[in-house]
Design a protein around this ligand. Sequence first.
Ligand code: FAD
Ligand code: NAP
Length: 315
Amino acid sequence: MSNILDCAIVGGGPAGLTAGLYTTRGGLEHVVMYEKGMPGGQITQSSEIENYPGVTGEITGMDLMMPWPEQCKKFGLVHEMVEVKQVRKDGDIFSIIMSNESIAHAHSVIVCTGSSPRRAGFKGEDEFFGKGVSTCATCDGFFYKGKEVAVIGGGDTALEEALYLAKICAKVYLIHRRESFRAAPNTVKRVKENDKIELVLNATPDEVYGDAMGVNGIKVKLQDGTVRDIAVPGVFVFVGNDVNNQVLIQEDGSFLCDVNEQGQVIVDLSMRTSVAGLFAAGDMRIEAPKQVISAAGDGAVAGIAAISYVDELLN
Ligand code: FAD
Ligand code: NAP
């Protein structure tokens, strides 16, 4: 088989781009990063990022990510704008099948396809996403320091993030569509005991509204059919998260490597999966902190591990 890549990287967010930087700069010669859109990943949707070390001043996610592809290109990373449909392995060789049916072959693969927070589906959610509607309290909570915010959801994430936001914000309205919560009993207890959290139960989000400056509030439908208007500049949606693991699904429906019950890829500290030569990095791996810095760190670790794997395989 000719033209076998040293490494194929699937996904061009912070994890994929950093894996690209480390593999090429670290000596792998034929590395291609497959990214279905513009490189940069989900952070490019954010209007402001202020927790990336060393980056001060007002900067958008797009601004942050802009130089990353250029830096990788300098060391030889090739970017192909195409969607990957599936990754397979036959013997020691991986096949990367694209949605346009073209196929590439590689000695190693680093999968960095990220995750997608689920949307709740109310009016204005998409329009104000990144402009007042957020799915990341660690990232955006600080913008609402001393202000009131709303949190949507009744699982562990929503309640834990409500507790986190209550430390920063003046008040948190926790909006949940039922009376009881899915979250762990102790977390529910802590939420109920927190003076800064008001529970808005049996309440379905109906509409987030605002103007060019951002969100002004959220309207929720209550059980008795009335609508409650909650004036807040920030709405945090935590209604579950989907790992983008589709490329690992094989013809028979099984996964190419081990994943946990949430579909997150199980990796060791070198980002090695259960399949030799296959690495996973960033939001899609188990216990991911879901931050740009950690995704980039994972990409570096996976890149270094891929270099060792390919060296050993070919020499
Ligand atoms: P992603 O960034 O999700 O990148 C995955 C890439 O893979 C995407 O570009 C996607 O197009 C591509 N891809 C997926 N499937 C395929 C396929 N089949 N074929 C080809 N390409 C594919 N983190 C912070 O640290 N600070 C913040 O302030 C912050 N704010 C955020 C604000 C918002 C609105 C959001 C949504 C997230 C925020 N985050 C923040 C989280 C951060 O963006 C993620 O943790 C990080 O981007 C994860 O990087 P990743 O490389 O693992 O995945
Ligand atoms: P989750 O458990 O699936 O909870 C999602 C919540 O969002 C549910 O309360 C659900 O309501 C609500 N919801 C879903 N769709 C909605 C919609 N369209 N509109 C309004 N509300 C909607 O998701 P998660 O909280 O992200 O947790 C995911 C998994 O990770 C869980 O297994 C969780 O236990 C785990 N986790 C664990 C920890 C921890 O152990 N510390 C922390 C975080 C997450 P209903 O309840 O009515 O369905």
